[in-house]
Design a protein around this ligand. Structure first.
Ligand code: ZN
Length: 133
């Protein structure tokens, strides 16, 4: 199991973690398999989307905030119910095929850590499952 930290700088932000995930996959030493990328937090998530234009991440963040308002009479008394709902909508894990020891991402794709209750120091786990060959 590989892992790395992510320091987020605002309450809501998408952070491109592709290079860190690639390093973790290289560290796992698996040539062919599946990278299972997992966020062990209840108010953060992970997704794969366009990394070429940073406006895409901003649009995702803004759209989620429109869909899930910060204050909407939630039952959860901690004051971060919106962050929990966003985390569930996006999801705690992503899977990417691995070949020749590297992520098989599309040309424009990247892996994003999605912060919904920052700024915080977070953790990402990467488990590379080896394929039967
Ligand atoms: Zn909470």
């Amino acid at each position: 199991m590989e892992s790395f930290g992510v320091r987020t700088e605002s309450r809501n932000c998408l952070v491109d973690i592709t290079a860190k995930v690639r390093s973790a996959v290289a560290g796992a030493g698996v040539r062919s398999g599946i990278a299972f990328i997992y966020v062990p937090h209840t108010t953060a998530a992970v997704t794969v989307n366009e990394s070429y234009d940073p406006d895409v991440g901003k649009d995702i963040e803004d759209t989620l905030s429109e869909l899930v308002p910060a204050n909407a009479g939630y039952a959860h008394s901690e004051g971060n119910a919106d962050a929990h709902v966003k985390a569930t909508l996006v999801g705690a894990c992503a899977q990417v095929p691995v070949e020749d020891g590297d992520l098989m991402l599309g040309r424009w794709q990247g892996v994003f850590f999605c912060e919904f209750d920052g700024p915080r120091t977070r953790r990402v786990l990467v488990k590379v499952l080896k394929s039967a060959e």
